[in-house]
Write a protein that binds this ligand. Structure first.
Ligand code: 5GP
Length: 196
């Protein structure tokens, strides 16, 4: 392989980081992307948050105790980790590295703190933020999901500081007025970046 081919191949290695506030239809978005791109490896995060009724271990998250999480931090297991809404969340470093080695694209759905850590470690990562059309709309979505008023307040407060980071540091920002259109835009962003 010539050195030019090598560079071209290296540039194909791509990490896409998706940050979306709660209640944006994240699961639907990720499932749609999975079905459109066969060589997209979707990371399953580790968390200390207890599972919700419909969540499955190792599929939605790897649910672990705080003790195990701290042990993994010490072992350098995570490519990034953060405390979000009082719980710990982290991404496996070996998941990213192994998939990049296999020439796959990697998709992480993580918060802004984690996204900035990833960008620092992997500058070629593409950061994409999904914003609700309005704060009122986001509040309605959280209410529909059955979150408590206290939780809604907390999440809205935190997403206002997340919004600032999205505006300043992200490569792309999408306003999610219509889920189908948002998915369509995401597909074209990935296609545009995957071969560069
Ligand atoms: P939820 O508990 O509602 O699934 O997620 C809460 C927040 O944690 C969301 O913003 C989600 O993107 C974020 N999150 C999920 N996994 C990770 C991760 O591995 N690292 C970081 N930094 N944030 C994560």
């Amino acid at each position: 392989m010539t050195s030019r081919q090598k560079v071209k191949q290296l540039r194909k290695f791509k990490i896409f980081v998706l940050s979306a506030p709660s209640g944006t239809g994240k699961t639907t978005i990720v499932n749609a992307l999975k079905s459109k791109f066969q060589d997209l490896a979707v990371s399953v995060s580790y968390t200390t948050r207890p599972p919700r009724a419909d969540e499955k271990n190792s599929e939605d998250y790897h649910f672990i105790s705080e003790y195990e999480f701290r042990k993994k931090i010490k072992q350098g297991f995570f490519a990034e980790w953060a405390k979000v809404y009082g719980n710990y969340y982290g991404t496996s470093k070996s998941f990213i590295e192994e998939n990049l080695k296999k020439n796959k694209m990697v998709l992480l759905t993580i918060d802004t703190q984690g996204a900035l850590q990833i960008k620092k470690k992997y500058p070629e990562a593409v950061l994409i933020g999904i914003l609700p059309p309005s704060i009122k709309e986001q509040e309605n979505r959280l209410k529909k999901r059955g979150e408590t008023p206290e939780n809604i307040k907390k999440r809205l407060r935190e997403s206002s500081s997340e919004r600032k980071i999205l505006m300043q540091k992200y490569d792309y920002r999408l306003i999610n007025r219509d889920l189908e259109k948002t998915i369509h835009r995401l597909v074209s962003i990935i296609k545009k970046n995957e071969n560069h």
